[in-house]
Design a protein around this ligand. Structure first.
Ligand SMILES: Nc1ncnc2c1ncn2[C@@H]1O[C@H](COP(=O)(O)OP(=O)(O)OP(=O)(O)O)[C@@H](O)[C@H]1O
Length: 283
């Protein structure tokens, strides 16, 4: 039987589930995930009330109040430095709340958080298989033994991300796109009800982006809630029904169609959220 050692903390950074919880019910109260269910259906996966986020007493985003519907695909958009990552890290529990309250529905507390790829330390000498298997760490029990079911889940995740042939390769020898596939494979194993992805498509080519976006779509179809930091306006328009815009220290949730159909109002010379969206995504 293969024993699996507890991975170092730095390697759990984007696979950690902060709190144990049952899985979410998605749109229409549909159950998602393969583990136990039973919590009451909640319309909101995540509720922020007067939330402020930042670093060392310095507020980056303040007084955020919004409710993310369970099962929604939310694009988190805004200019460089606006505070998207800060907000995502706060929702993930990586940063403490500076003010306000955050509530995740009971079943949505099981989260998968994928920080920007630049944060991954690839020097640790492990194979793709071992790296991906960390996503199943919570299912391996106290002796970290891999059951046949866990092995099968790992094999499935590798296959879904197109990495089966690379499973023995050290992660230090992966390309950027291959590493991103491995990070997604690890997320699959987490079976999280809510997924927070920070610029998951940065630096990947179009086929890889499409393969990974297909996974996001499948999570959506399963009723999981996804918040994805993006800079690609076409992708936002085509695949995300809600936008969490972060701008000038504020954040709000708006239907994508509403953002994209707003027109500038040259009569009074004021800019609109339509202008903001375009400007933010151009950054
Ligand atoms: N660890 C940190 N300590 C202090 N300030 C930070 C830290 N990380 C980010 N900041 C600052 O917080 C602000 C928001 O940064 P953040 O990374 O959240 O922006 P972003 O919208 O995700 O940007 P980008 O699109 O460039 O990734 C910036 O002014 C940044 O300099």
């Amino acid at each position: 039987m293969h024993a699996f050692a507890r991975p170092p903390l730095s390697f759990l950074a984007d696979s950690r589930c902060r709190r144990s919880a049952r899985h979410c019910r998605g749109r229409g109260g549909r159950a998602v995930g393969s583990h136990g269910l039973g919590a009451a259906v909640s319309a909101a996966a995540l509720t922020l009330t007067g939330v402020s986020a930042g670093y060392g007493g310095q507020t980056t985003v303040s007084d955020v109040s919004l409710a993310v519907p369970a099962g929604a695909r939310v694009a988190v958009i805004g200019a460089n430095g606006a505070g998207k990552s800060t907000l995502l890290r706060t929702i993930a529990g990586e940063l403490p709340l500076m003010a306000g309250q955050m509530r995740r529905c009971e079943t949505c507390a099981r989260m998968g958080y994928l920080p920007q790829a630049a944060t991954v330390d690839r020097r640790f000498p492990i194979s793709v298989y071992e790296f991906v298997a960390m996503g199943a760490w919570q299912r391996m029990g106290v002796f970290r033994r891999m059951s046949p079911a866990v092995r099968q889940s790992i094999a499935n995740a590798l296959e879904r991300t197109g990495l089966s042939a690379l499973s023995r390769r050290p992660i230090s020898e992966l390309s950027g796109g291959q590493l991103q596939r491995a990070r997604f494979a690890r997320l699959i194993l987490q079976d999280a009800a809510m997924l927070l992805l920070d610029e998951p498509f940065a630096g990947v080519d179009r086929p890889t982006r499409e393969a990974l976006m297909t996974l996001v779509d499948s999570w959506h179809a399963e009723g999981r809630t996804t918040l994805v930091v993006l800079h690609d306006v076409e992708l936002v328009r085509q695949r995300f029904e809600l936008c969490l815009t972060v701008d000038d220290g504020h954040a709000q949730l708006t239907p994508t169609v509403e953002l994209l159909t707003l027109r500038p109002t040259p009569a009074d010379g004021k800019s609109t959220r339509h202008d903001f969206l375009r400007n933010a995504l151009r950054a």
